[in-house]
Design a protein around this ligand. Structure first.
Ligand code: ADP
Ligand code: MG
Length: 862
């Protein structure tokens, strides 16, 4: 941006380090192949990436050294991209920036034939970036342009502003001077080749133009060839007889250290067509010079500069503010660089070689400058950038040093022959993207109220309407003028026919005096009316200004209200988000509370269960204590009972022995006295029936008859172990389990075997088998099956089973147990019977004897 300082480009202040920067915008455009059968070495693989393939010949030659390479850009435009699409992406914002007083630089770069000129200039119907940029600029600022020569370039890269009158005078002067280069009029016929560059449907316009400013566009067009600068718009007469080589221009630095081409023609243009025309003129001149001097156009750089001057309207909105410090100048440079091919490819000789060398030199310098810039920016170094080494870089030094937007369109021809050069172009382009350029800052707004132009226009419209209502401006109507003349006293005939005529002249004098008086009166009237009008106007003006003040106040109030509304809106938004957050929090709280309630319920139920279990356990303890005391009591009773039984048994034995003794005594006494009768043969042991057993038991309930003659003991069957002397075979099968019972059968004098054998049996009289089985209640029952051992006639052993003793252990909690316990404990007489039965069994052959006891049952069966 160039502004302030007597309308000249201002010195750029030293940039603070935190200034915002943008990288150079690099775009890539691929042109279509010339012929369909040509080999293609470029492929667009995404909207920002292209891939280069080495052509077949190269691949073979370099033994696979060349492989596919990819390059990324801000955007890649494929072969189908139209000029308008490219313009919208690449140049549109540059024009917007230009109108916003920001500088821009747009250049095309690539190998010759890759489409640089096509991209920049285009062809009829397919206008390139340059004509489209001009078109958009004039579409945007069109109605707000200043009159010609209001803005006037000085000779030092600045632009001055002059008042309307001076501008008018200058216009007239220029019109009268035929020799001075005349700026073409927009009404002039436009070159047909350029007339239809842009389709009217594709016209672009920027809507954000400041209407309270006046604008003027200046264009200049230069060519840099062999590192010389030529002005393509200079109006030097061409002498066909003695052609003069064109004079080159030099670069200068202005007051503010911006570079410019000294003495370069800057043409003020007022329309797209006019600007096209100027450009076309430059193109023609370039073509002529190329032909005349045998130059090659692809070896020159062309720079078309669009300079936009703008200054605000004054407070009335009628005239440009005559304050040179308010003039802003911005520029957009559109550069079509020379082809980037290397010297050897141009097949140049002699002066051509020098040209090629120079092209290369300037492009090389551009490349070096970019590299050094990038290094300085990336590594924080401070190497000097060699801008001065070539004219191109020197001219654009300020874009990279200062600020501005820089964009580059890299043009690519995908044909195989260009592959190696295209590679170099791609590398340069990719590197350039890493260079950053300071972003232009927004210009300060002038302090005047906006909308001045519109208000002024509205005022003018209103004034002309009112004047029309009152009959229009007086001097504009010839009929009214005639009427006025007719109302004056008519002039008498004033022809002098006689020298002595002394009447005609006095009459004429009288009429003229009368007329003079009328005129004076009319002048007075006019003055009065004018004064009245002036007064009314002043009043109107003061009213207007007070209204304007009120309006201004209202506007500022409105602005404040707007701000308040905006604040309220943000507040509302904030509150909404807060409400939303609160909602979420409430929902979360509810969820947590529900959780809490359910947890509490669970806790309570668990506590209740715990209490119940505790109570249960206490009850159980009490019950167990009861069971323990019960069991203890029972066992005490049982022991007592056994002791009693034992005593009874012993008494019985004693009694039996006594009886035997008595019988022996009686036999002895009988044998000693009279011969005794034959002794009753011993009764053969017989299996007593239950019936008999019961009868016997009934009989036995009375006290035994001591005088019975039959010995009460079965001679073959001695039940008691303590009867002594008897030897037992204790047959305990290996499969038997060891039960942890209190009562264990103890058989003294026994030979313990797990399988009976004859040897053991021959030594014993008695045999007992310990047989275990599962009772119906699931308890293990041990049966002691006893028998006598006989010697058989054949000399073997036989066992006659005589008795079964059942041993059983019971669970006290089992229902059968409690039943038994109840029946057992409550029946005293049954117990007595049992003892009696047992006693009788001592004396009788084994009978069924059922005894019940707590936890231990002993049953004997024949
Ligand atoms: P350069 O300026 O890079 O030497 P030109 O712009 O003169 O190349 O292009 C060479 C030729 O290729 C021209 O005839 C031009 O019309 C054609 N051309 C280039 N780019 C395109 C494109 N994108 N679409 C169609 N034709 C193109
Ligand atoms: Mg070209």
């Amino acid at each position: 941006m160039q502004r302030a300082g007597k309308g000249r480009t201002p010195r750029r202040p030293k940039k603070p380090s935190n200034i915002e920067k943008d990288p150079v915008g690099v775009y890539c455009r691929i042109r279509p192949l010339g012929g369909e059968d040509e080999e293609c070495c470029v492929e667009m693989i995404s909207s920002s990436t292209i891939q280069l393939h080495a052509p077949d010949g190269l691949k073979a030659n370099r033994n696979g050294e060349y492989k596919e390479t990819q390059y990324c850009f801000k955007k890649v435009f494929g072969i189908k991209t139209t000029q308008i699409e490219l313009f919208e992406d690449v140049a549109k914002t540059l024009i917007e920036d230009l109108i916003h007083c920001k500088n821009g630089l747009l250049f095309t770069y690539g190998v010759t034939g890759s489409g640089k000129t096509y991209t920049m200039t285009g062809s009829p119907g397919e206008g390139g970036l340059l004509p489209r940029s001009l078109d958009m600029l004039f579409n945007s600022i069109g109605p707000f342009q200043a009159k010609r020569f209001v803005f006037k370039p000085d000779e030092k890269n600045g632009i001055e502003v002059q008042n309307q009158l001076d501008a008018l005078l200058e216009r007239q002067k220029r019109d009268s001077q035929q020799s001075v280069p005349k700026t073409p009029s927009s009404r002039q016929r436009v070159d047909p080749e350029f007339a239809d560059m842009i389709n009217p449907d594709q016209a672009c316009k920027f809507e954000g133009v400041d209407e309270d400013c006046c604008y003027s566009v200046f264009v200049s067009y230069i060519e840099i060839y062999n590192n010389y600068i030529y002005d393509l718009l200079e109006d030097a007469p061409f002498d066909p007889i003695r052609p003069k080589p064109p004079q080159s221009k030099i670069l200068r630095e202005d007051q503010n250290h911006n570079m410019y081409v000294a003495g370069c023609t800057e043409v003020e243009v007022k329309s797209t067509e006019e600007a096209f025309d100027v450009f076309w003129k430059g193109q023609k001149k370039r073509r002529i010079a190329n032909t005349e001097l045998n130059r090659e156009s692809s070896r020159s750089h062309s720079v078309f500069t669009v300079k936009l001057a703008q200054a605000p309207l004054d407070a009335d909105g009628d005239h440009i503010l005559q304050d040179k410090s308010q003039v802003n100048v911005s520029q957009l440079c559109l550069v079509d660089l020379a082809g980037s091919e290397r010297t050897n490819r141009t097949r140049a000789e002699g002066s051509r070689l020098r040209e090629a060398g120079n092209i290369n030199q300037s492009l090389m310098t551009l490349r070096t400058c970019m590299e050094v810039l990038r290094e300085n920016q990336m590594c924080g170094t401070n190497r000097m950038v060699p801008y001065r080494d070539s004219k191109v870089t020197h001219l654009f030094k300020n874009y990279f040093d200062g600020e501005g937007k820089v964009r580059m369109v890299v043009c690519v021809n995908p044909k195989a022959e260009d592959y190696e050069e295209t590679l170099l172009v791609m590398r340069f382009a990719e590197m350039t993207q890493e260079v950053e350029v300071a972003r232009p800052v927004d210009r300060p707004i002038c302090g005047l109220t906006p909308g001045r132009r519109q208000r002024n226009q509205a005022f003018k419209d209103e004034l002309s309407r009112r004047l029309e209502e009152r009959g229009g401006p007086v001097n504009g109507d010839p009929v009214q003028l005639n009427q006025l003349i007719e109302s004056l006293p008519p002039l008498p005939p004033c022809e002098l026919s006689d020298p002595s005529d002394d009447q005609t002249l006095p009459r004429l004098m009288e009429v003229l005096e009368r007329r003079y008086r009328i005129r004076q009166k009319m002048t007075e009237q006019f003055n009065q009316t004018a004064n009245n009008m002036k007064f009314a106007l002043q009043q109107f003006e003061s009213q207007f200004s007070s209204k304007e003040n009120v309006l201004h106040d209202q506007r500022s109030k409105l602005g404040e209200k707007d701000k308040v509304i905006a604040n309220q809106r943000t507040e509302i938004e904030r509150l909404k988000t807060l409400e939303y957050k609160i909602d979420i929090l409430q929902k979360t709280t509810e969820m947590y509370e529900q959780d809490k309630r359910s947890l509490q319920q669970e806790l309570e139920s668990r506590e209740q269960r715990l209490q119940k279990e505790l109570a249960e356990r206490r009850r159980m303890e009490q019950r167990m204590q009861g069971v323990v005391t019960d069991t203890k009591l029972k066992w005490e009773r049982e022991c007592e009972r056994r002791v009693n039984a034992k005593q009874l048994e012993l008494q019985n034995k004693l009694w039996v022995k006594d009886e035997k003794l008595k019988q022996l005594k009686a036999i002895v006494t009988e044998n000693g006295g009279a011969s005794g009768g034959p002794a009753e043969p011993p009764r053969k042991p017989e299996r007593p029936s239950r019936e008999r057993d019961r009868n016997v038991a009934q009989k036995r309930s009375a006290s035994p008859t001591p005088l019975s003659t039959v010995p009460p003991v079965h001679p073959m069957h001695r039940r008691s172990h303590s009867a002594g002397g008897e030897k037992w075979v204790d047959h305990k099968p290996a499969s038997n389990l060891d039960l942890d019972t209190v009562m264990q059968p103890i058989i003294p004098n026994a030979i313990k075997v797990s399988t009976p054998n004859e040897k053991a049996l021959s030594k014993c009289h008695r045999y007992v088998l310990r047989h275990q089985e599962l009772a119906s209640d699931g308890e293990i029952e041990t049966k002691l099956i006893k028998g006598n051992v006989f010697k058989t006639r054949g000399g073997g052993q036989a066992v006659e089973f005589t008795d079964i003793e059942t041993l059983k252990q019971e669970d006290p909690t089992a229902p059968s147990f409690s039943r038994k316990r109840r029946s057992g404990s409550g029946e005293g007489p049954a117990q007595t019977d049992d003892i009696e039965n047992r006693v009788s069994s001592m004396l009788k052959p084994p009978v069924a004897n059922i005894s019940s006891s707590h936890g231990y049952q002993k049953r004997r069966r024949p």
